[in-house]
Design a protein around this ligand. Sequence first.
Ligand code: SAH
Length: 260
Amino acid sequence: MLDLPFDLPPFEAGTVWLVGAGPGDPGLLSLLALHALRGADHVIHDALVDPRVLALARAEAVVEAMGKRGGQSSARQSDITDRLITLAGQGLRVLRLKGGDPFVFGRGPEEALALADAGIGFRVVPGITAGIGGLAYAGIPATARDTNSAVAFVTGHGADGEIPDGFDWDALAKGAPVMVFYMGLKHLDRMVARLLAAGRRPDELAAVVCDAATPQQKVVETTLGGLVAAVATAELKPPALLVLGAVVGLRARLDWWRPQ
Ligand code: SAH
């Protein structure tokens, strides 16, 4: 399979590997992710996995799309876990491939818990999450010594589809110098209003990064107060990351990536 000077763990028949595919660029796959793609009998991927990654699957593998995507008709979570359990029960090597990292806003924990409950062997292969690797492709570090010694990753879309309320927005907005929002476009106006109400300044730097680390990457730099209008003007669409804080200012010098 892979010609390496050390062994990777075997992909056992009848098990599921829950693997992160990173934000886009196939070069960001881990060795374990590539090993899983080369060994899997059946690949079940979500909507965010880049087609160039899927093309690395073994020619004999069945490749099936199954994922939840906000606002679009998509598989129910219970259907996905049932399918993983059924295929593994048939003795197949099942690769559950997710964009970014499976344990960051990716429903990976739910799937792993269902596998654990069903007694199916599984392995988790972390991937590069969009909120770190995708931002890096836009020349925006998650932390930098002179700007922030903390960063918060926040979903803009709670389990009920609304802006999440399971944490203290005011405390987080006051405490996290840099905030990175996943799934932030849907309720953007309400989130911006919350952040302003919590004391974030309207002239604070903000950026939106769409399709990060893919040839379609698009970056808009603005301010917190200008975000809603900037997103509308540029007609930005998901998948998109929002980042708020002084790290955005580093992009002027760190914008290194040019899609081929
Ligand atoms: N598990 C994934 C996140 C899944 S939630 C991870 O670790 O990256 C889906 C959200 O992730 C999208 O709405 C978007 O906010 C973000 N996202 C994932 N891939 C992205 C990409 N290539 N560009 C921009 N945002 C991305």
